[in-house]
Design a protein around this ligand. Structure first.
Ligand SMILES: [Zn+2]
Ligand SMILES: [Zn+2]
Length: 78
């Protein structure tokens, strides 16, 4: 007689996943500490702070190779 009682798999706690970030954040996508401050050229994505940007060879957003950077500051108008 195979009267197997399945008990596993029923004690899973609802896992609270990190809320997907849909709102644009001013923080660098790499270090999440500093403000984004350079845009990748040629794709134009503004994603990282200066030190993180210079350490990358490809855009963290679209993976395109970075040919140059343009300094940009969110707080430029403050
Ligand atoms: Zn950074
Ligand atoms: Zn890009």
């Amino acid at each position: 007689m195979a009267n197997k009682l399945i008990t596993e798999g029923f004690n899973q706690l609802p896992i609270k996943t990190q809320e997907s970030v849909s709102a644009p954040s001013p923080l660098c996508v790499v270090c999440q500490t500093d403000d984004k401050s350079i845009a990748c050229i040629p794709c134009g994505h503004l994603a990282t702070c200066v030190p993180c940007g210079y350490s990358l060879r490809n855009c963290p957003i679209c993976r395109k190779q970075i040919a140059a950077f343009v300094k940009f500051t969110y707080k430029a108008l403050v």
